[in-house]
Design a binder for this molecule. Structure first.
Ligand SMILES: *Cc1c(COP(=O)(O)O)cnc(C)c1O
Length: 295
């Protein structure tokens, strides 16, 4: 039996959201206008990575903006996008240790160098193929997930910069608290990233571009725009709470179902596991046929 529960994805809404972000960037006085790295990792946040990727590629080609760069989490996701016919540049965010590096070369993907050992592995692989590989370098300014520590670059960066088969195209960082109200870590991360920018020449980082902003940072603080921004949530029509925006965004996904049960609750009664929902007044609750098994 197929249950009457459907998620629909509105690709037109998604493309409209992309253009809304594009307009926001170009309406500002920031010059040149930052590029967009459209984040379609994790199957485009559940919206279907290949269809979303193709729609964004077409949308950008038809407008005035430059081609988007698409970003996903790992090499396998990148290969899937290529196999669907996507030609845009594809940036891989994640660690490379779990994947077969051949995919980077066979499918023209742009990996992130997040550690000296990743640089070494890519250097060896590029050298053995006799090619120069474009990479983005990730700096850990406080998220403590991926990246070279911002305060230890004097030790870790020289071998990466010296790798003759790697071409560092861009340097980036990622914010841990961009959407929250307390500004402490967010500001500290910006300051640390700025220090790396100031020291770029001395560190051997010439002719690179810089990026940092996820959706929350993009909305909150123009200082984070640099040469490119990396929205994920905004493309799907989601504004990360508690941030508010006047950007005209439309939800890209809607979920519809049919009610299979309806019942009354008295004030103080609870519904469901853990009794976490408490009725404050007499009310009716309904059940839709969807749960764990549906993701
Ligand atoms: C997921 C991710 C983004 C996008 O974040 P949103 O909050 O969805 O805009 C940007 N950069 C990196 C490195 C990410 O992993």
């Amino acid at each position: 039996m197929v249950r009457p529960t459907h998620a629909s994805v509105d690709l037109d809404a998604l493309v409209a959201n992309y253009h809304a972000v594009e307009r926001q960037l170009s309406a500002s006085s920031v010059n040149p206008t930052p590029r967009i790295i459209a984040v379609i990792k994790a199957n485009a946040y559940g919206h279907g990575a290949t269809r979303v990727g193709l729609a964004l590629e077409r949308a950008a080609g038809s407008g005035s903006g430059s081609a988007p760069i698409l970003a996903c989490a790992d090499i396998e996701e990148g290969i899937e996008l290529r196999q669907a016919g996507i030609a845009s540049q594809i940036l891989i965010f994640g660690a490379l240790g779990v994947s077969d590096l051949a995919g980077v070369f066979d499918h023209n993907l742009t990996p992130t160098v997040s550690s000296p050992s990743a640089a070494q592995a890519l250097e060896v692989a590029a050298a053995s193929r006799g090619v120069r590989l474009g990479v983005h370098l990730k700096i850990d300014t406080g998220m403590h997930r991926f990246g070279l520590r911002y305060d230890n670059l004097g030790a870790t960066l020289p071998p990466v910069v010296r790798a003759t088969h790697l071409d560092i195209e861009a340097v980036y960082t990622h914010f841990a608290t961009a959407e929250r109200d307390e500004y402490g870590l967010f500001n500290a991360q910006i300051t640390r990233f700025e220090t790396v920018r100031t020291d770029a020449q001395a560190l051997g980082l010439d002719n690179v571009w810089w990026h940092a902003a996820n959706s929350a940072a993009l909305l909150r603080d123009r200082r984070t725009w640099y040469d490119a921004v990396r929205p994920g949530l905004l493309l799907y029509g989601v504004v990360p709470p508690p941030i508010e925006t006047e950007l005209a965004l439309r939800p890209a996904m809607s979920v519809r179902s049919r009610l299979v049960a309806v019942k009354g609750l008295r004030p103080g009664e609870t519904a469901g596991y853990g009794a976490r929902f408490v009725a404050r007044r007499p009310m009716r609750v309904a059940v839709v046929p969807a749960g764990y098994a549906d993701g």
